[in-house]
Design a protein around this ligand. Structure first.
Ligand code: ATP
Ligand code: MG
Length: 338
């Protein structure tokens, strides 16, 4: 909601590891671009409890109030009893679809220079349902949960998204030849939802085949919005990230019925944290997606162009892009372009 000062309040979860550094970059660039955003920083460090992972109430209220959040990476403690904070956030706000665009950037040479894929990952169930147990010693079972309701929701969103970005086709990526019932349900649900969208073409492809084809030649995928169950989306989107230059470049949006949280695909990168080496592009492009989602297209466009120009120029790039600029030098180069 627009405030009296003409700005919108957005919740900002800076996150762990390189989170604070890449967040600082976003804040500086938004300030320099006069983007009409007031950040509301919140801490999501879990409350110590014996029960399931709990996010502080203040953070939850902030996101519910503002409806939009930008989020840095959150480290997931390894070990028993810890549910991933990222998962907890997705469940708390029912963020059912994860949108992951991957577009080649001029100025950073990779084997293909015309990648322009969009992948939508089901975000609430599938292999990430968290239902795992020991049957007997030495035998464990993990349940992949697929429901028609969650499938329908993410599939319908995929068609609507294809319409909104003017892509002619939606493709389900699946493995229904093996997981006949679970992926089968996802696939048949897709075939039904497709009937609601006669203007969008629909087809399906097996996951292994999609991987093979994409790394052989990603061009045919540029006209397609791909949609798939949770784990496939996790893996295939990292593969797409690899096609364009890695995790430092790929944004994402977690979309729910009410709230949306935009975040980089990468993790907290503890190996380079605190060294002013991180590439803030992924979070920056996520913030551009956020502005577009909010209908602030001219501000989105302005910031997006400055990022693309800086990379295309190739003079001030971070280490992951074979450059030697520090995070803040790269940030300043973008600000100059504004
Ligand atoms: P987490 O457990 O939080 O996922 P991780 O150790 O898996 O952390 P990732 O963040 O997933 O680390 O990153 C994997 C590798 O990619 C790291 O070695 C990191 O250096 C690199 N990387 C990730 N994000 C960036 C970035 N924004 N800029 C530069 N390098 C990055
Ligand atoms: Mg990781």
């Amino acid at each position: 909601q627009k405030k009296a000062n003409g700005k919108y309040t957005v919740t900002f979860i800076e996150g762990d590891g390189i989170g604070p550094e890449v967040s600082k970059s976003v804040k500086q660039i938004f300030a320099a671009a006069d983007a009409p955003i007031d950040w509301e920083p919140v801490d999501v460090t879990p409350i110590a409890s014996d029960g399931p992972t709990a996010i502080p109430d203040e953070a939850i209220q902030s996101v519910r109030r503002n409806l939009v959040a930008l989020k840095g990476p959150l480290a997931t403690p390894v070990g028993e009893g810890h549910v991933s904070l990222n998962l907890t956030l997705r469940r708390t706000f029912n963020l059912f679809a994860n949108v992951r665009p991957c577009r080649s950037l001029q100025g950073y040479k990779t084997p293909y220079d015309n990648v322009d894929t969009v992948l939508i990952r089901e975000n609430t169930e599938g292999e990430y349902s968290g239902i795992e147990h020991i049957v007997v010693d030495g035998v464990v079972q993990c349940i992949k949960l697929i429901t028609r309701e969650a499938s329908e929701r993410v599939l319908r969103f995929a068609f609507q998204y294809a319409q909104s970005i003017r892509k002619p086709r939606v493709r389900v990526v699946h493995k229904a030849t093996i997981m006949k019932m679970s992926d089968g349900l996802f696939l048949t649900t897709a075939q039904n939802v497709a009937k609601e969208f006669p203007d969008i073409e629909f087809d399906s492809e097996l996951l292994d085949n999609a991987c093979l084809k994409m790394v052989t030649d990603p061009t045919p995928y540029n006209d397609i919005v791909m949609v798939m169950p949770n784990l496939y989306g996790d893996i295939l989107s990292d593969m797409c990230a690899g096609l364009i230059g890695g995790l430092g470049l790929t944004p994402s949006g977690n979309i729910g019925d009410e709230c949306s949280i935009f975040e980089a695909v990468h993790g907290s990168a503890p190996d380079i944290a605190g060294k002013n080496l991180a590439n803030p592009t992924a979070l920056l492009l996520s913030s551009v997606m956020m502005l577009q989602h909010m209908g602030l297209n001219s501000h989105a466009e302005r910031i997006h162009r400055a990022i693309l120009q800086t990379i295309a120029e190739g003079k001030t790039l971070t280490g992951d892009l074979r450059g030697n600029a520090k995070t803040d030098e790269y940030t300043n180069a973008i600000i100059e372009k504004l």
